[in-house]
Ligand binder design. Sequence first.
Ligand SMILES: NC(=O)c1ccc[n+]([C@@H]2O[C@H](COP(=O)([O-])OP(=O)(O)OC[C@H]3O[C@@H](n4cnc5c(N)ncnc54)[C@H](O)[C@@H]3O)[C@@H](O)[C@H]2O)c1
Length: 404
Amino acid sequence: MIDQAKVRVLLLESIHPDAVSRLETEGFQVESLRNALDETELLERIPGVHLLGIRSKTQVSAKVLDAADSLVAIGAFCIGTDQIELSAASRAGIAVFNAPFSNTRSVVELALAEIIAITRRLTEKNELMHAGVWDKAANGSHEVRGRRLGIVGYGNIGTQLSVLAENLGMHVSFFDTADKLALGNAQRCSSLDELLATTDVVTLHVDGRPGNAGFFGAEQFARMRPGAIFLNLSRGIVVDHLALRDALVNGHLSGAAVDVFPTEPKGRGDEFVSELRGLPNVILTPHIGGSTEEAQADIGDFVANKLAHFVREGNTTLSVNLPSVALPAQPEMSRTVHVHVNMPGVLAQVNSILAEHQVNVEGQLLSTRGEYGYLITDISGEYSADVLDKLRGMSQTVRLRVLS
Ligand SMILES: NC(=O)c1ccc[n+]([C@@H]2O[C@H](COP(=O)([O-])OP(=O)(O)OC[C@H]3O[C@@H](n4cnc5c(N)ncnc54)[C@H](O)[C@@H]3O)[C@@H](O)[C@H]2O)c1
């Protein structure tokens, strides 16, 4: 059992101060460093650390996880978790959490701003004004009210955009490969082609599954209405940029906004190379859809909360790698958390050990995910240390934590 005041937290890569204060409120000892650590540095620092917080630059390899003698959870204070060897984390019973929703509103607001800016041809007017040209003409400028927005991918971002766009007076159609509930007055399209043929603005919010690579190309642009607008703030790999350039240069599309690219420069200041540079009424942004101070603060708060609940209650809701289990904590109860290999008979074996020792189980919840199972058991009254030894000694046990 870890005493709250002895929980050591190591945060890397300048994680938001809200996360630091949230974790300190729990009584944890928090050390926050500005930079990422490389593998050698992390190998030195990780022993004795219970919670590790990283962003996208720190690589958490299987070697680091082997050296992590006290680690119970990793917080990825970002969206992606590719930088963590998730299978090694699961093997060690270490929970990984991220912030999949925290920056969705920021993406939605950027998309809306771009839809209005392109529909009003603001980038062209702005450029002319800076060049000293007063071009007061309404030609080609439109209101978004009454226009039809086509959302491809009706997930966390697509649905929020749907609601806000309707509030602006737009009509909304969407297409999603999964069954999705239409919000407000949005209309579901039964195919991508139907959406392309009936909307004035097409915006992509699909996920980056491998099957989506290159799914939007010359054929799809040709099916869009003449004069329509195209946006991609999802993943760079989903769009054929040469085909987009052609559709813009030949005048079939009247404008576009692109935030994500098949290959993006590694660092700030590196040259950005793209077929889309230099085109009129095209807004290009450096993958900043989710980059706002509000999103960063929300990520800090969201992931810190997940880590705190995991330490205190063992709850794994929205964990990236472990089964999702949430059982309300009961005061005066002792709680065990058992991460195990998912095999038939584990629950029966745990409960027969508890029964043999006359342990009174007050609550129990099991969930499995792939190779692993996660079992929370609430116990009232005293029980002998032998119970824990027996549970730890089971061949399927990956990790056993006693929370109170
Ligand atoms: N630009 C940025 O900075 C930024 C920030 C956050 C998220 N994103 C990206 O935005 C995208 C959407 O994020 P989200 O949180 O809404 O994801 P999500 O997983 O909640 O939603 C994606 C939706 O797309 C649907 N989908 C997948 N493939 C499809 C296809 N070929 N046709 C139609 N529907 C399809 C899925 O069924 C799902 O409903 C992701 O690719 C994410 O990486 C970008």
